[in-house]
Ligand binder design. Structure first.
Ligand code: ASP
Ligand code: MG
Length: 591
């Protein structure tokens, strides 16, 4: 019999009427011939209220007691939901995390799932009951109650769907799915029928926040198709699967992170170990770094920039100052009035000229780009906060995100169960994936690097450069524009080695005209990409990468990071050595 997991978020169980409505949906699904597992969140804003209550008692509630408190929210919901199902004449059983057997580690308030036992749920399902599981909670070795972090019920739902090999995982919420961008910011945002796991991962990290990121990681790992939909009607929502919405569309969504701050460490020695010294200090304070943009140095020194959330600027600056001192850097600069605009799309990995389109549109709208970072499926630019909404609207329009795509991707095949593995294997892998899973360490030795220094800090320069490059038929891979000094930024990008000469030639006359330069570069670089799951929650990926390259004495010329990948560019001759040392450094985290 098919099995379906239905998760109801706080707004979908906010009052008794909504609980009854949710119960009816579950009953209907059962009557349609499914076994049904419901996962429910705390009612409405109950979790917030509980947090508020705790803060009235103390500023520093013990984390264990916080979990004890917060888990009650879900316990209320499951009990009421079971009563609701009974009142409709059907059978149900409510289960807490402990009763299901969701074992986690002991990191209170952000615990990670280690294993889930399926027997009790299976038994109840086979008896014809609807199983109602409390979201967000688990239990550690010592039977302490733990919680999975805010929004963690999504993760419970997807994890249950994975271990039960569910045929569908429906996430009921107060929005009817995923949009091309946040509709509260841009009313012209369009509802999408489908988005891929990778796009969703990048979008969630970009502040789109429809679902808990870990839940998407689980779903990707175990090929659980997710259907995000509204609980207030029957309209179809958005499918999150391996496929994007349309095959030929380069961009699937755009996002704005409004409260960013940029930090630049000026004049650090351009030698192995520099990034390590900086980012390990920041990681030690548990600050999560967003865009890391490092560009090739000149005259033995380099500037390193990165962004953090504005709230964390103060503590970041402390760490950055300490690193600067240790490295005998020239100083630390920051700007707390910036925002990050990003576009994401699986399709851009296969298309040329996507970056150019974005830069051109921004230039035409008079938006100045302060920093650029690209990955296979994402392009992010940092702009002044005052221009954030204009920038978002501009790129949303430039990629036609407000219009329905002409050709939609065809329905994905439901993932074959055999591919997902049986429950025992899934459970065994769960713990591993809550740790870090590295899927691939790749070396690309086909690229060359082009660097333009002295890029004027004004709109239109990146656009002019990439227009020229694209018109020359040159395929650009990784782009990094770092914050410069005295209003002069530095832009580096990689191109195929076979096009290196042509590219530098065609840029020579252009840079004179736009008063930039000089152009430097390297005819052969090596690009190394470490990709996997749980990268962001594991800042250590970037740090481990820096550490192992530093120990091998290999200097990093360019860096950028995304939710699923860390890319570094080094001189061509070090490619193989860098690959070998990365493989060694991540040996324990390989799938
Ligand atoms: N109730 C928890 C929270 O509000 C978990 C969840 O809703 O997903 O964060
Ligand atoms: Mg919630």
């Amino acid at each position: 019999m098919p099995l379906i997991v239905q998760k109801f978020g706080g707004t979908s169980v906010a009052d008794s009427q909504k609980i009854l409505a949710a119960a009816r949906k579950a009953v209907r699904a059962q009557q349609e011939g499914n076994q049904v597992v419901m996962v429910v969140s705390a009612m409405g804003h109950n979790t917030d209220l509980l947090i508020e209550l705790a803060s009235q008692i103390t500023d520093q509630p013990p984390a264990r007691e916080m979990d004890m408190l917060l888990s009650t929210g879900e316990q209320v919901s499951v009990a009421l939901m079971a009563m609701a199902i009974h009142s409709l004449g059907h059978e149900a059983i409510s289960l807490t995390g402990a009763q299901i057997g969701i074992k986690t580690d002991s990191t209170h308030t952000k615990a990670r799932i280690q294993s889930i036992s399926t027997e009790r749920m299976r038994r109840a399902l086979d008896e014809g009951k609807i199983v109602i599981a409390a979201g967000f909670q688990g239990i550690d070795e010592e039977f302490n109650i733990t919680t999975l972090g805010r929004g963690g019920s999504d993760t419970t739902a997807v994890a249950l769907a994975a271990v039960l090999e569910a045929d569908a995982c429906e996430i009921y919420t107060d929005v009817d799915g995923v949009y091309t961008t946040d509709p509260r910011v841009l009313p012209e945002a369009r509802h999408v029928k489908r988005v891929s796991y990778d796009e969703m991962l990048e979008l969630a990290s970009l502040g789109a926040g429809v679902m808990h990121n870990r839940s998407i990681e689980f779903a990707k790992k175990f090929s659980v198709p997710i259907h995000v939909r509204t609980s207030f009607s029957d309209v179809p929502g958005t499918m999150i699967t391996a496929l994007p919405e349309a095959i030929d569309q380069p961009v699937g969504g755009a996002a704005l992170a409004k409260n960013e701050a940029r930090v630049t460490i000026l004049g650090v020695p351009d030698k192995p170990g520099t990034s390590l010294a900086i980012f390990s200090k920041i990681a030690a304070k548990a600050i999560s770094v967003d865009m890391i943009v490092q560009n090739v140095g000149s005259n033995g020194i380099a500037d390193i920039s990165f962004t953090v959330l504005n709230d964390e600027l103060r503590s970041t600056l402390h760490a950055a100052e300490a690193a600067a001192k240790e490295l005998k850097a020239e100083g630390v600069r920051h700007d707390d009035d910036v925002a990050k605009v990003s576009v994401v799309g699986l399709g851009m990995a296969r298309q040329t000229g996507v970056a150019r389109r974005m830069f051109r549109a921004l230039a035409d709208a008079g938006v100045n780009i302060l920093m650029i970072s690209t990955s296979e499926i994402k392009i992010s630019v940092l702009v002044a906060r005052g221009q954030a909404t204009t920038a978002l609207r501009t790129v949303h329009q430039a990629f036609g995100l407000d219009k329905q795509p002409a050709e939609e991707a065809t329905d994905p095949e439901p993932a074959p169960l055999a591919h997902r593995g049986d429950a025992v294997a899934v459970v065994a892998r769960l713990q591993k994936m809550e740790e870090l899973t590295i899927e691939d360490i790749a070396l690309d030795e086909t690229q060359a690097r082009v660097t333009i220094s002295g890029v004027a800090d004004q709109p239109g320069i990146a656009a002019a450069i990439f227009d020229a490059v694209a018109d020359g038929g040159i395929f650009v891979d990784m782009i990094v524009q770092s914050y410069g000094r005295a209003g002069k930024a530095k832009l580096s990008f990689t191109v195929p080695q076979s096009q290196y000469q042509q590219c530098t030639n065609l840029l020579k006359s252009l840079v004179d005209r736009i008063h930039c330069g000089p152009i430097t570069g390297s005819p052969k670089v090596a690009k190394l990409s470490v990709s996997g799951i749980g990268m962001r929650s594991h800042t250590e990926v970037a740090i481990r990468t820096f550490r192992c390259l530093a120990e091998a004495g290999i200097n990093v010329d360019m860096i950028n990071t995304s939710e699923v990948r860390v890319n570094v560019v080094v001189e061509g001759l070090y490619g193989q050595a860098a690959l070998a040392c990365l493989q060694k450094a991540f040996a324990d985290a390989r799938q």
